[in-house]
Design a protein around this ligand. Structure first.
Ligand SMILES: Cc1ncc(COP(=O)(O)O)c(C=O)c1O
Length: 498
């Protein structure tokens, strides 16, 4: 038997996958499948690692970690992060509700988002959170509402610097689009051109205090050079604004999120959802159209098996390396440009890198299905669907996987691991799998960010439960939906009632 540690929460013991000290086969039996499972221990350790690593490279002021709620807004998980002293990056009214319900200190809640309506601004002012301004007319509105409420709102500008040196392709697009263009076409943030004038106006407003600046570039690339480049331009913009605003100095600087999780499931280059349609194989497909079907299928079969290797097995940098590249560069550049960093708060908003590796998804095999002609194909049909992991699908993720009840078995087939919606649902195309039997259990790794929160009910499928594991204990933190839940918003007008 091959007992080994996979990472800080996963291990194999006697042919089975364990998360902390819980046997995943027992968890699937007890809570049913599909199932999201989170490790409390690893989430706490990841948080502490962010806090200590970024503090190490930001020596003159406090550092705060504001996990992105959009990546995971399960209330119990939020509460455990609040126990650790985490803040929150919030986007919507619902996320603000989750942050406040989850016990986050309002001083370290950053409310982002363009087009904030009056009720949202009132709620922000009333709860004392930071309003991260995205629109040119937003400060005026905040000033008016705060005045009416007899309050002074603390705001920051979400800024949008230019990055002319980031010309490498972004990971966010399948086509070859450079990172600088990717950042520019994204709607968020106040374009740098408007900031000098806007700041001078805001600094005269009686009911708002401009306490700092915010920037979120996003995970366009997993590399450290990307972070160094982002922070150089961010620092340059901070210095430029300080000059334009009569020597204004920020009390808070937020550098956003966008750090890849260590086992980085991102797989743009291997986008084989529809492999025969990628730019790589399309010319070949056109050429093969000249051949007879038998020859065409034979060659396409060979092409498909050529693709049956996961291209992205590259680990992303560790949290500490990101901290050095991001906080270290920002600190050095601000110093060089004469911006005060003493007692200035540094804030960081990780999503995927904080939660990603703390969650797995368990799904049971329903069938092994195959065809040998005209193209050989194998399918492992499971009881989940990519509609329960839509966030990952948007971002070209192919997750690492383990057959949780037979971790020692060697792969013997290449098969598409597919979900049971009526779509193709190839969430793991061309995977190397053991001799699969109905009832086997597949564990998808790195499912802790953006997945559970993006699950939807396509095919009227009830969404799965989530459990939290702590040592050998496991508790439900979000129950599975019932069929009644799926239809609970439906209203049948009287005229259809007999
Ligand atoms: C403002 C802001 N902060 C943080 C994040 C988290 O990003 P990531 O999960 O890539 O770390 C996001 C994600 O879109 C965001 O919009």
């Amino acid at each position: 038997m091959n007992n080994s540690k996979i990472d800080d929460c996963l291990s194999t013991r006697n042919g089975r996958l364990f998360i902390e000290d819980c046997d995943t086969v027992d968890l699937a039996q007890r809570f049913g499948t599909p199932l999201f499972v989170f490790s409390e221990g690893l989430l706490r350790r990841n948080f502490r690692e962010f806090k200590s690593a970024f503090s190490a490279y930001w020596p003159e002021g406090p550092t705060e970690v504001l996990p992105a709620l959009k990546a995971n807004w399960i209330l119990a998980i939020r509460k455990l992060l609040s126990e650790e002293g985490a803040g929150a990056d919030v986007y919507s009214y619902g996320e603000l509700h989750a942050a406040l319900e989850g016990g986050v200190d309002p001083e370290i809640i950053s409310v982002n988002g363009g087009g904030k309506q009056e009720d949202m601004i009132e709620k922000c002012i009333q709860s004392g959170v930071r309003i991260t301004v995205e629109d040119l007319d937003e400060p005026e509105l905040i000033n008016r509402i705060a005045g009416r409420m007899g309050s002074k709102a603390k705001i920051r500008f979400r800024v949008k610097p230019n990055f002319p040196r980031l010309w490498k392709p972004t990971d966010f697009a399948q086509e070859k689009v450079s990172i600088d263009i990717g950042i520019q076409v994204y709607k968020s943030g106040i374009p740098a051109q408007y900031l000098p004038e806007l700041g001078n106006k805001v600094l005269k407003m009686p009911n708002v205090e401009l306490v700092g600046l915010h920037f979120h570039g996003g995970r366009h690339h997993a590399s450290l050079w990307y972070w160094e480049e982002l922070m150089k331009e961010y620092a340059a913009l901070i210095a430029e604004l300080s000059r334009a605003w009569n020597g204004w100095q920020p009390k808070e600087i937020d550098l956003g999120g966008g750090f890849a999780s260590h086992r980085d499931p991102h797989n743009k280059l291997g986008l084989r959802q529809d492999v025969v349609e990628t730019w790589l194989t399309w010319p070949l497909v056109r050429l093969l159209g000249l051949f007879r079907p038998h020859t065409r299928y034979k060659i396409m079969g060979m092409v498909l098996s050529f693709f049956s290797k996961y291209p992205n097995r590259k680990m992303a940098p560790a949290i500490r390396e990101y901290a050095e590249a991001a906080a270290g560069t920002l600190y050095a550049e601000l110093k060089r440009l004469g911006i005060n960093t003493r007692d200035v708060k540094l804030q960081v908003e990780p999503g995927r890198c904080l939660y990603g590796n703390t969650g797995i998804h368990l799904t049971r095999v329903k069938k092994f299905k195959r065809q040998t002609k005209p193209i050989p194909m194998n399918w492992v049909l499971t009881d989940t669907t990519y509609f329960f992991m839509a966030g990952g699908m948007f971002e070209y993720q192919f997750n690492h996987f383990i057959f949780a009840n037979r971790t020692d078995d060697k792969p013997v087939h290449v098969a598409d691991i597919v979900g049971h919606s009526c779509y193709g649902d190839r969430y793991l195309p061309l995977a190397h799998v053991p001799d699969v039997k109905p009832g086997d259990l597949v564990a998808l790794l790195d499912m802790g960010a953006y997945q559970e929160v993006s699950a939807c009910n396509f095919n009227a499928l009830p969404r799965p439960a989530t459990i939290l594991v702590n040592g050998s204990e496991a508790e439900t933190v979000r129950r599975a939906e019932t069929i009644e839940d799926v239809f609970c918003r439906d209203v049948i007008p009287d005229r259809f009632k007999k």
